[in-house]
Design a protein around this ligand. Sequence first.
Ligand code: SIN
Length: 535
Amino acid sequence: MENIEVLIIGCGIAGATAALRLAQNPERQITIITRASDAHESNTRYAQGGIIGRGPDDSSELLFEDIVAAGAGVSSPQAARILADEGPQLLNEVLERTAGVVFDHTAEGTPIWGQEAAHSRRRILHVGDATGRAIMKGLVAALNDRPNITIKSEATAVDLITFPHHSRNPLDNYREISCHGCYVFDRSEKTVHRYLASATILATGGLGRIYRNTTNPVGARGDGLAMAHRAGARIANAEYVQFHPTALAAPGAEGLLISEAVRGEGGVLLTPELRPFMERYSPQWKDLAPRDVVARAIHHEMEAQGYSYVLLDIASHMPTDAIRERFPFIYDECLKVGLDISREPVPVVPAAHYFCGGVLVDEWARSTIRNLYAVGEISCTGVHGANRLASTSLLEGLVWGNRAALEIERAISAETNGQKPKFEDIPSWDESGLSAEPDPALIQGDMQTIQNIMWHYVGLVRSADRLSRAIRELRHLWNEIETFYRTTKLSDGLIGLRNAVEVALIVAQAAQHNRQSRGCHYRQDSVSVTGDRLI
Ligand code: SIN
């Protein structure tokens, strides 16, 4: 049993930013848990392209307009405004000054601004093509420097600890449930602990791993979303799963992201017969059209022509040395599987990349459950709407991580947390009746079934028939997995499987409910509402 002030579940840019801001008060005790063995491991670490800064010819207004345009009419203008106003300054304060991240610059010290799809300006700061790695290195070093932050690795959150809340303040009544921490599975001890907290922040990243093809790391299985859903939090925009157009399609390196920055630097998509095709789908933006348009165009080419991939060619558009200097990570990773991006086009396919929906939060990262906050990819602030603008995710993590911390500091100082349960009120985890160890073959088999259902029926192109089929099969699996979970000893894999089927159903049901195609939710049985955005 642990009694802590602020519990942060997840250690990417959003959770780390919240922790660093809270730690400025030396009285605050902050605990971060991560299921990974190494705190550097998170979705953030895999970000390649970069993060939005404010270039010389840029403004908050221009960024706001680009975010809202990409969001296809679903973004919250208020949230997009907050991001555009606060993001670039926090980048400087948290990443450059606190975490010591040095973004690429010229010999004279001028930042080298990158270009990505649907941005009206060059405004992406990057560290080569491994921006997320540089950010996590700096952030983890800064976290380790703070005496009032504890990081606990190999700790998988199981379920939130919630109580009904009986507030005397009628304005608070809409938040009827309170969160008081989390049950946490310690992977080395194989035991479950109760972590009791005044405030809990979900910062668990996305859910790309519920799809067969994804750019996401193994931990991205929607843990935070599933826990919040089981606890009764409101979830929003779950149908909007963004597919990245270009993941490497080569045995041994499936899902390796080939950054949009490659197309930003002139890379062109080609059919296997070396014919460019994006002009037919987006005469204005061509290869730098919004992600949903490019991903569907590739899908359409593959389906119509029977291709198993298309090609991405940067070799004909950039000198060899410049490619190696600008994209050293992608260059090295491709070479490992026998592909040289500086000499030849490489095979790519779309892959699930980013969850634009999530746990519904307000401008201070508050969910619909008292004392439960959500930040980063697992939250839905409203910024991304139906389709996220490239390189906004790290920025959103910074802004809402910071805002969650400010709000928690306010709430704890004002002692507005209502009744807190005592340790003895929280039942301890009871596995006494369970003897069966989880069977890894069952876990892997069920996970693959979920991934295939999601890929084929809840993927880039959806229809009523595909979605009904997905929901029927997922419901059946949900029942099977729930029985498995209740009769078997815990493991990280079993927790992940239970969460994966829960969030797969959430996504599939939201997709079935919304019959209107917008942004990254495309239904072939609906009327186009966004003109040339659809194929
Ligand atoms: C990329 O580098 O293409 C990914 C950037 C992002 O998802 O924002």
